[in-house]
Every structure is written in C-alpha cells, then in structure tokens.
Design a protein around this ligand. Structure first.
Ligand code: CAA
Length: 380
C-alpha cells in the first residue's frame, strides 16, 4: 500500500477546508437545531466542482479519484457531518451506480447533471422489513409495455425529498430473492412516486431522511440500470464504495472532535494550569490521535485500492467499522474533556457525538460489516 497525497489532492484539501470553514461551519449548529437542509450549500459545492469528483470530464466530473473524494467528505464532515453524508450518498451511491452500470445515454442524461451539481442524488434500498437483510425487500417492479410499474415503500432515504434522481431497488421476480432484484433510476416528480414522513433523528439532523412510496409509479423501461436481476449486485457493489464515504465521514467527525478538544484543553484551566497539561486530559488526546491515525490509514487504503482498480470491499468494510467506532469513542471523550460545557449546545462536541452514532448504523450496521469481512476471510 502506498497511500500518499498528490500536490493536487493537498491543494483540494486546503481549498475544501477553507470552504467548509467559511460556508458550512457558520450555520452547522443552527441547521442541526432547525433540522434544515440547505440546498444552497449543495449548489455552492457544485460551483466549485465537488459534486462529481471521481467522474470523467465528459460526464461533468472533475476527473479525479476516490482518494480526493474521501478527502472532501472528511473535510466537510470535520465541521458538519450532515453535509458530509449528503455528498457521500450523492457521489458514491447514486452517481457511482450510474457511472458503473449506466448506458451512455443514462450517463449523459443523469450522471452529468449530478456531477455538475445541477441535480442531487439519492439511493433507496431499505424497507421497513428489510434493513440488514437487504435481499428481503418487497417493493415490486412489473414490466408493462415500455415501462416498469413500481409498487411498495422505502425507508430511511438520505437526501430523500430534496434529491431529483433516485436509484431504487425493486423486485422484478419475487421468487428469486436476490437474483430477482433490479435497479431503476427514478426521477422526482414521477406520477405515483410519493414522499412520506421525514424522520426526526438523534443526529445528522440537517440531512433529510424520509419514507417514500410507489403507487403504480411508471418508470420508463430505459431507466432500468444494468440488467433485470442485477439489482442486488449493483446495491452491494455501490455499498462497497459508499462505505469508503462513511469511513471518511466518521474520520472527519473524529478529527473535528479532537481539534475542538485540543483548543479547549489549551484554553481551559483548572487546578491552576491548562487542562491539556494534566495527564488525565493529555492522555485522552493521545488516545484520540492514535485511533484517528489508524482510521485515516484504513480509510485511505480502501480509497487507494478503489482508485487503483484493486478489490476493496473488505477494506472498505474494515475502514467503515473501525472509523465509525473511532468516531463514537473520540466524540464521547471530547464531551468528557469539555465537562459540563460539552453536554451543552454552546460547543459543537455534543453534535459530533450525536452525529457519530449513525456511522455505526447506516450503509450496513457494524455487525453487517463484521459479516462481510468474516465471510470474505472464511470463503472457500
Ligand atoms: N459485490 C458483488 N456481489 C456481491 C456483494 C458485493 N459486495 N455482496 C454480495 N454479492 C452477491 C453474492 O456474491 C451473491 O451472488 P451469487 O448468488 O451469484 O453468489 C449475492 O450477492 C447474494 O449475496 P449474499 O448471499 O452474501 O447475500 P445475503 O442476503 O446473505 O446478505 C448482506 C448480504 C451483506 C448481509 C447484505 O444484505 C447487506 O449488505 N446488508 C446491509 C444492507 C445495507 O448496507 N444497507 C444500507 C442501506 S443504504 C444507506 O444506509 C445509505 C445511507 O442512508 C447513508
């Protein structure tokens, strides 16, 4: 493994760090409080090329790679994890599926506006009865002439309601379980495509998470992504890359929580000296830094493997598992370092803690990551 950043990646990190500080951070606490998604932030990200980082220029992208993409998600999440996951789902789930499985016509029609930041993407797999057991979904898609008719409901859709382009998984043949699942590109505004309740959540509160329903929703047959029956594989392969995004999001949360802790430890005095000069706090910060460094290496190792065309499913699962556990542990310790103040909304560390928790849950719970990792290691 040779993970190192190019000059261009270092330049993008520095540019995104400034962008995040000036444009995202000032409203992060208020958007969290008001549970408010701000589309203008996505538009600004589109203007500076962040909405299509890995895709070729002919599809409106930056022609960069997954390492750069992870850098951007990390830097955004360092100040606002809701913004980090918005870009992660848009890029490595929704856009990725079209880039890898779309026809040329689908790429020009859907990937290009996603990459240019003119449209926002979402990905819809989960249902009330199929979370970890993704293959148990009940939403159906029946071929009827030159369209498919979708019926059923989906849950926990990140960017839901706000996005214009949805990758939706539905069963074209219920008897065949995973092999009867197909993927579709569904556009906001399609008749019978109905947005339901918005979830009220513990964290990432400025990222919308909604229910959706399909009531005889007609999707043009040319919006089938890949082949009929290929949907489960598309879902799983998208999640392999998506988990790199969530690992980067968790890494950014951890880094943000540690940065805040270090500043506070230098300023806050108790017993006549800064708390950072006291071993109880100094060692907590050393432990944070150690875990964050390990999470960073795992995350960029997975991104590097993807960018080199190597297998990366196991490495992405390992990175997501470790980085998300790190985010929870680091943000708990950050709240502890801030003491009573850490438990209030006067400082961002309570938000980091609330935001960190979901990284152990979405894009496959950490129990599912252990399943993915162990199955690969123990396969015949
Ligand atoms: N790449 C390619 N193919 C894969 C694959 C992968 N990563 N993983 C599985 N497959 C294939 C298998 O090879 C198999 O194909 P064959 O039958 O041809 O051999 C087929 O898919 C079925 O695989 P499994 O037998 O492993 O399927 P399973 O039902 O036992 O379970 C699972 C697989 C890993 C548990 C899967 O259901 C899973 O990942 N569950 C978690 C779902 C998840 O992550 N949801 C996240 C929702 S999206 C989200 O959270 C986004 C957000 O909001 C931020």
């Amino acid at each position: 493994m040779h993970v190192s950043y190019t000059d261009e990646q270092n330049m993008i990190r520095s540019m995104v760090r400034d962008f995040a500080k000036n444009e995202i951070e000032p409203t992060a606490a208020l958007r969290d409080e008001e549970e408010r998604f701000d589309r203008a932030l996505f538009d600004k990200m589109g203007e500076i090329g962040l909405t299509g980082i890995p895709w070729p220029e002919k599809y409106g992208g930056l022609a960069s790679d997954f390492i750069t993409y992870a850098i951007v998600v990390e830097e955004l999440s360092r100040v606002c994890a809701s913004t980090g996951v918005m870009l992660s789902v848009h890029t490595s789930l929704a856009s990725w599926a079209i880039y890898k499985y779309g026809t040329e016509a689908q790429k020009l029609q859907f990937l290009r506006p996603l990459a240019e930041g003119k449209k926002l993407g979402a990905y819809s797999l989960t249902e009330s009865g199929s979370g970890s057991d993704a293959g148990a979904m009940r939403t159906t898609a029946k071929k009827d002439g030159d369209s498919y008719v979708l019926n059923g409901s989906k849950l926990f859709v990140t960017n839901g309601g706000e996005a214009e382009v949805y990758i939706v998984f539905a069963m074209t043949d219920m008897q065949q379980r995973q092999k009867g699942c197909s993927a579709f590109i569904v556009e906001k505004g399609a008749a019978g495509f109905i947005f339901g309740n918005k979830e009220k959540k513990l964290g990432i509160r400025s990222s919308p998470t909604i229910e959706m329903r399909f009531e005889n929703c007609r999707v043009p047959a040319e919006n089938l992504l890949g082949q009929e029956g290929e949907g489960f594989r598309i879902a799983m392969r998208s999640l392999d890359g998506g988990r790199i995004g969530i690992a980067a999001q968790a890494l950014g949360i951890s880094q943000g929580a540690m940065d805040a802790s270090i500043s506070y430890a230098k300023e806050r005095s108790q017993f006549g000296k800064p708390i950072g000069k006291q071993q109880a706090i100094a060692f907590k910060i050393a432990d944070m830094a150690t875990k964050i460094e390990a999470a960073r290496l795992l995350t960029y190792q997975a991104a590097w493997r993807e960018s080199k065309g190597l297998t990366y499913g196991k490495e992405a699962a390992i990175a997501k598992l470790f980085a998300s556990d790190t985010a929870v542990q680091v943000s708990i310790e950050a709240v502890q370092i801030f003491g009573g103040y850490g438990y209030t909304k006067d400082f961002p560390v309570e938000r980091y803690l609330r935001d960190a928790k979901v990284t152990q849950i979405y894009e496959g719970t950490n129990e599912i990551q252990r399943l993915v990792i162990s199955r690969m290691l123990l396969a015949d």
